[in-house]
Design a protein around this ligand. Structure first.
Ligand code: 57M
Length: 358
């Protein structure tokens, strides 16, 4: 919004030229989202308590989680409000990619809100049925993919990390692939959100990594130099990624161990969908498996655990997802969380290195 209001004033004073720069607007999107989430956090936590939005803890989970009973959940509302506000304040609102990504985030957030609401109100762990939830997620991601596919210059080719000349064309199969990336990312983050700060840390790191990728993908000279797809207009998503980084850090302030609030499905589904949508738009879909490697590991641990139990009637891990396995081994919760963050930073740096290792 400020871009539209203030940049035209450049004809009166050159100072206003600064609002043209994506770098400037990204920095202030980060700061705006951070300040908003820090300031509004305590108010929201009080409101969630007033509305009795306390987390119900599963009886058969790790013993230590029972102490978390009643922690306010649905704190993802804070992330969505802070990141959405900062994006609308600082991004170019005529940019299609901004609205497609915001729409997907809000859509998945609404599904998550509905699920959280059902869990909290029903007093059990049963939210909306898995089938209904998956159908809604597929419809939202499908709408986003179809809108993107109409965009002039949209490519159905993939970029493969480490191989600059390998661009397989999925043709009509790109739409289901894009769906898989967005819905898969949303549910992988959802599974990961099982310890204080365990999901929001890697989400923030991944958003910061895609902040870099959106900037270079939207910069014709840098994109050509690095031989990655140049996508006109995608640079505006740098501001949205910045807003996610700021809101993620602000939420982490309250979600850090011992958590005062959980993000809920409203947060985990929307944050995962945000990463998936940005990955699809920037044509760095496969790279998300590296950047979001923590989410992949968590999801695979569940798949392997359930498969093993069904085929062999034996577990591989003491409990899945894998963060519970380390809990059952006696690792302190903060130790598990920080070690997952360290791994996340390592994977982010590895992902960035693929720009040169190709
Ligand atoms: C999402 N939700 C947390 C919180 C958060 C198939 C199976 C692997 C599914 C999985 C599952 O139910 N996943 C749902 C994970 C829950 O967190 C809430 O959910 C939101 C995210 N969607 O925002 O509102 C619990 O996680 C803890 N938590 C924190 N700090 C946080 O900042 O401590 C969350 C955020 C919260 C709190 O205790 O209540 C969750 O874990 O449910 N199921 C599981 O993960 C269960 N695993 C399992 O059953 N494994 C089996 C089979 C099925 C693989 C096995 O290993 O044999 C575990 N989770 C729980 N208890 N809570 C174990 C049992």
């Amino acid at each position: 919004m400020l871009y539209h209001l203030l940049y035209p004033l450049v004809e009166y004073h050159t100072f206003f030229n600064v609002f043209r720069y994506i770098t400037f607007r990204t920095i202030y999107a980060i700061l705006t989202a951070l300040v908003l989430s820090l300031l509004l956090g305590p108010w929201l936590i009080r409101k969630l308590k007033d509305w009795h939005m306390g987390q119900k803890i599963r009886p058969y989970g790790p013993e230590r989680h029972l102490e978390k009973e009643g922690t306010p959940t649905m704190g993802g509302i804070l992330i969505l409000f802070a990141a959405g506000s900062a994006t609308i304040l600082w991004a170019d609102l005529t940019n299609l990619y901004i609205w497609v990504t915001l729409g997907t985030i809000v859509g998945f957030g609404a599904v998550g809100f509905w699920d959280d609401w059902r869990v909290v109100r029903s007093g059990s762990h049963r939210g909306i049925s898995g089938r209904v939830r998956l159908l809604l997620e597929v419809l939202i991601a499908g709408a986003a993919a179809l809108i993107l596919a109409q965009h002039p210059g949209f490519s159905t080719r993939l970029s493969v990390p480490f191989f600059k000349n390998v661009h397989p064309d999925l043709g009509p199969f790109y739409i289901p692939f894009a769906l898989f990336v967005i819905v898969g990312a949303a549910n992988a983050v959802n599974l990961t959100d099982g310890l204080d700060g365990l999901a929001i840390g890697p989400v923030t790191i991944a958003a910061g990594t895609y902040l870099l990728f959106t900037y270079i993908s939207g910069h014709i000279k840098i994109a050509h130099y690095l031989q990655i797809p140049y996508i006109p207009g995608v640079g505006e998503l740098t501001i949205l990624c910045g807003a996610l980084v700021g809101a993620g850090m602000g939420f982490l302030w309250y979600n850090a161990y011992p958590a005062e609030v959980f993000m809920g499905d409203v947060g985990s589904l929307s944050m995962g969908a945000a990463l998936g949508t940005v990955a699809v738009i920037t044509k760095h879909e496969i790279l998300l498996a590296i950047v979001g490697g923590i989410f992949v590991i968590e999801t695979l641990s569940v798949i392997f655990q359930v498969t093993s139990f069904r085929l062999r009637h034996k577990r591989i891990f003491r409990m899945a997802p894998i963060h519970h396995h380390f809990e059952m081994k006696g690792w302190a919760e903060p130790k598990i969380i920080v070690r997952f963050w360290i791994l996340s930073i390592f994977l982010a740096l590895l992902a960035v290195s693929t720009l040169k290792l190709r």
